[in-house]
Design a protein around this ligand. Structure first.
Ligand code: ZN
Length: 96
């Protein structure tokens, strides 16, 4: 059994919960999602997919930019966008 899940398994509210958790109370977020059947490993993997890297979190600690979950204009995947001009996920950005 693999812990891999399709991105479709993550509702927008779960993604938002993960983002809020990383920016605020990570422990409470893991607990909350564990109750919904999402293990820590699954949540961490999803966080990485969304672009919640340590580098990103450091940037947020310095001065929170306008962070929002948006659909990538390139592939349609939901990702963590910083500022309204940021409309491509990191995967699509590195392709260009
Ligand atoms: Zn993309």
């Amino acid at each position: 059994m693999s812990e891999q899940r399709n991105a479709e398994a993550f509702s927008e509210s779960i993604d938002a919960c993960i983002v809020r958790g990383f920016l605020a109370d990570r422990k409470a977020m893991f607990k909350n999602l564990a109750r919904q059947g999402l293990s820590r490993g699954v949540v961490l993997e999803r966080a990485r997919q969304l672009g919640l890297t340590e580098q990103f979190l450091k940037k947020c600690a310095v001065g929170t930019p306008a962070v929002a979950l948006r659909d990538c204009l390139g592939c349609g995947e939901r990702f963590l966008s910083v500022g309204f001009q940021n409309r491509l996920c990191s995967r699509c950005r590195s392709k260009t």
